[in-house]
Design a protein around this ligand. Structure first.
Ligand code: TRP
Ligand code: ZN
Length: 486
């Protein structure tokens, strides 16, 4: 890409320049700096203010032999205010140049913030294109809870994976890295011949470059939160097919994990169709899975259209969990990281429902097992699900702790007890439909649940969703007549 790039300025020089511009006559100055974060309660610097991204076009050239990435990100965004400068989130790596609307832009880096100052201010409402050329050896990011994300070299050193929940995507591409800003993506990955590169969405082309490298062009047509973007590079056995209703399936499995993965992944198409029956239309134009070499990560992740597993999935429920996230988390995304139970409570509840529909314990039996701590019925029932209320983790360490998962699912079962099956499943489907490809908060959910079912669910919210104490025992399911009596 041909563009002029101004040389990198030292931080004080940029600060001085910004101060100068802000103080000048006012006639030509329309913009002001965009915020450096969206004030997420747990990750205040994640994301940036003043614009929303419409599309990311990432060109990633990666060599597993030396772990070097050479990349270009073209970000198309709409200014939500006049902008004299704006930020992108980026961790590590070397920025070689930035242009905005084809003109070289000044830039500056502090921590994980890349501040870009375009040659001309951007007007409110303007759609603008930012190109960032960058390179280096991307690294892992360690979460507050100690888990690793970002860019991970897989065991054996013959591949790598980029994963982002909650703030790892900044380790491999510059962006507006908060779930409240969703965008479409084109991710093209070029790797040495013999390697596969797998990402989200549909594989548009696979091109032998003639220089011993292969380019894989992946397209995500539906909006995606950046923490759900992924790239996996390695040796993979690829299987393609379609679900019964025609959704294309693309699975990439590390050869050493193929035999152990086969029985569970064989059920993925059936799980998609089951999800459609329970939750409504599948939200994306592709499905599948990526199975990494064993122990690549400490967790599985619901990367959009193509969940990532760190080795062969250990159970059907795990695959079902990540698939259920496609409706709850990926399509309906949280407004903030505090709303995590809307992802994990629903995905855990989906496991209970799958069990109920396939001859296992019912959702009510899972609920009862949690209350009793009976691990014979549910292996997670012994967890400390009462430690804090699912809607109010106390710190960023707790967004993936058991109350968010198990007690989040219990909240949904409490709603089902109150309103009955017909209203409950209408609520679940309506929730997925109303917020499809969008974002929602806990307050959006509680308001929607009461409106959709016509019931006052205050007790469920107060005790199960927000209550500080571990609820002792559920109220007995209400008799409709008794509850209607004065
Ligand atoms: N979302 C993942 C799952 O449910 C788990 C997970 C991985 C996670 N990394 C995280 C949850 C970071 C919260 C934060 O399978
Ligand atoms: Zn989950």
């Amino acid at each position: 890409m041909d563009h002029r790039v101004l040389s990198r300025l030292a931080a004080p020089a940029v600060a001085a320049l910004l101060a100068l511009t802000t103080g000048c006559t006012g006639e030509t100055v329309q913009g002001r700096p965009g915020a450096s974060g969206v004030r997420d309660p747990f990750f205040p610097k994640a994301g940036n203010g003043g614009y929303q991204v419409e599309h990311y076009s990432l060109d990633l050239d990666y060599d597993p032999a030396d772990g070097q990435l050479h990349a270009t990100a073209v970000i198309t965004a709409r200014a939500e205010q006049g902008l004299s400068s704006f930020n992108l989130d980026l961790s590590g790596l070397e920025v070689e140049g930035v242009s905005v609307q084809g003109e070289g832009a000044r830039f500056n880096r502090t921590g994980n913030e890349l501040t870009v100052r375009p040659a001309e201010d951007l007007e409110r409402g303007e759609v603008f294109r930012t190109e960032v050329d960058y390179s280096g050896r991307p690294k892992a990011v360690t979460d507050p809870d100690g888990s690793e994300e970002g860019w991970i070299v897989t065991p054996g050193g013959k591949g790598a994976v980029g994963v982002g929940e909650p703030v790892g995507s900044m380790a491999w591409f510059p962006g507006n890295h908060h779930p409240s800003d969703k965008a479409t993506y084109d991710i093209t990955v070029t790797v040495p011949r013999g390697y596969e590169a797998v990402s989200n969405g549909e594989l548009r082309s696979r091109t032998e470059e003639g220089d011993g490298r292969t380019a894989f062009a992946w397209h995500s047509a539906e909006p995606m939160a950046s923490y759900l973007a992924t790239v996996a590079v390695g040796k993979f056995e690829v299987t393609t097919g379609r679900t019964a209703s025609g959704i294309p399936v693309y699975t990439a499995v590390s050869p050493g994990e193929a035999a152990a993965s086969e029985p569970v992944l064989a059920r993925l198409p059936e799980m998609v169709e089951w999800g459609i029956g329970r939750f409504g239309p599948y939200p994306f134009s592709a499905t599948g899975a990526i199975v990494l070499p064993a122990h690549s990560l400490g967790y599985a992740l619901e990367t959009q259209t193509r969940p990532v597993f760190p080795g062969a999935p250990g159970s059907e429920e795990l695959v079902l969990h990540e698939l259920a996230h496609q409706w709850f988390g990926d399509s309906v995304s949280p407004k903030s990281w505090k709303d995590m139970w809307l992802n994990e409570g629903f995905a855990t509840y989906a496991e209970w429902l799958w069990s109920e529909d396939h001859g296992g314990p019912s959702a009510q039996q899972h609920f009862d097992a949690y209350v009793a701590g009976d691990t014979r019925v549910d292996g997670e029932a012994g967890s400390d699900w009462g430690a804090f209320p699912p809607a109010a983790p106390r710190n960023p360490k707790e967004i993936s702790a058991s109350p968010v998962y198990g007690r989040g699912a219990m909240v949904l079962q409490r709603v089902r007890q109150e309103v009955g099956d017909a209203k409950f499943f209408a609520l679940v489907r309506g929730w997925a439909a109303d917020h499809r490809h969008g974002n929602a908060s806990t307050a959006d959910f509680t308001a929607y649940a009461e409106e959709k079912t016509g019931r006052d669910l205050t007790e469920v919210w107060d005790v199960w969703l927000y209550g500080k104490d571990r609820p002792k025992a559920p109220k007995a399911p209400k008799d409709a007549k008794a509850s209607a009596a004065p």
